[in-house]
Design a protein around this ligand. Sequence first.
Ligand SMILES: [Zn+2]
Length: 145
Amino acid sequence: MTHETGTRTEKPFRILPALDERNRHFWTRGERGELTFLRCDACGYLIHPPVAFCPRCEGREVTPHAVSGRATVLTYTVNHQYWMPGPELPYVVAIVGIEEQDDVRLTTNIVECAVDEVEVGMPVEVVFEHHEDVWIPLFRSRGAS
Ligand SMILES: [Zn+2]
């Protein structure tokens, strides 16, 4: 008999991103617990998805920058369908806006809580799920901490 209720003992299958010079920081700095985005050296704008220039001022100097990892749930849906290999059903697919810049949005999963506890406006924090050479940023509630 096992006593594993509530514990994520196995990581779900994930389709992993292809790493390149522009996005590698985003997918690997989770090893250090850091959520990073490219930031424009000239105006400080955070750029996501990563491109080689700043969409606000067209600056060409952009550098990976670690943010707090805090975010807010902007919208979400509960997936009950087995579309493709992934997390155990049901699970929450959410769009979160990061604290530092609301228009930097990530499509992610909300983990470590029941699906019916997730709500729009919920404060969350990043937690990483490690697969091979990739640390996938997921989010959990920070209401209780
Ligand atoms: Zn800029």
